[in-house]
Design a protein around this ligand. Structure first.
Ligand code: GNR
Ligand code: NI
Length: 169
């Protein structure tokens, strides 16, 4: 296994639209393992392939307290979105150090495939719902900062760009 480099805002590759996964082979399983290792090492609750510069429709997450409930969603789609909204203080591994309140539909029904390609459907609310919506946004080239005012978004962008220039890894 290996950890992967996480792209940071405003890297333009974070704006790419991911394409569906079509082969459920050993390369996919290897990518999934590496995404879990990257997510756990970074103490994240979720990670979309887009964030590691792989533009395929898959995401991993683990919203459990014990960090022992890994879940993979390949080619996820949101089938039902309830109209009630809920606020959550969101962060993102691609926007390190910034947390802002985002309002999203509270409850969703999601279908996806597992790592073998079998279809499944789940209902999600609470942090699981927030995380799935946040990760599917990544697959569509969207970031939580897009929900903020342009003023806030640009302040975050300027601060991160300065940091990236001073570190330049
Ligand atoms: O680790 C993460 N925490 C988090 C907190 C609130 C709302 C969403 C998230 S997802 C984030 C990991 C990440 O950037 N996934 O794309
Ligand atoms: Ni994120």
């Amino acid at each position: 296994m290996a950890t992967l480099k996480i792209l940071e805002f405003p890297n333009p590759n974070l704006r790419k639209i991911a394409v569906p996964v079509t082969s459920f082979d050993s390369d996919l399983k290897c990518l999934i393992d590496n995404m879990f290792e990257t997510m756990y090492e970074a103490n994240g609750i979720g990670l979309a392939a887009t964030q590691v510069d792989v533009h395929k429709r898959l995401l991993v997450l683990d919203v459990s307290e014990e960090r022992n409930d890994p879940k993979v969603f390949v080619n996820p789609t949101i089938d039902v979105i309830e109209s009630d909204l809920a606020d959550y203080d969101e962060g993102c591994l691609s926007v390190p150090g910034f947390y802002e309140t985002v309002s999203r539909p509270k409850k969703i029904t999601v279908s996806a495939q597992d790592k073998e390609g079998s279809q499944f459907e789940i209902e999600a609310d609470g942090v699981l719902s927030v995380c799935i919506q946040h990760e599917i946004d990544h697959l569509d080239g969207k970031l939580f900062v897009d929900y903020l005012s342009p003023l806030k978004r640009n302040r975050i962008k300027d601060k991160l760009q300065k940091e990236q220039k001073s570190i330049s890894s």
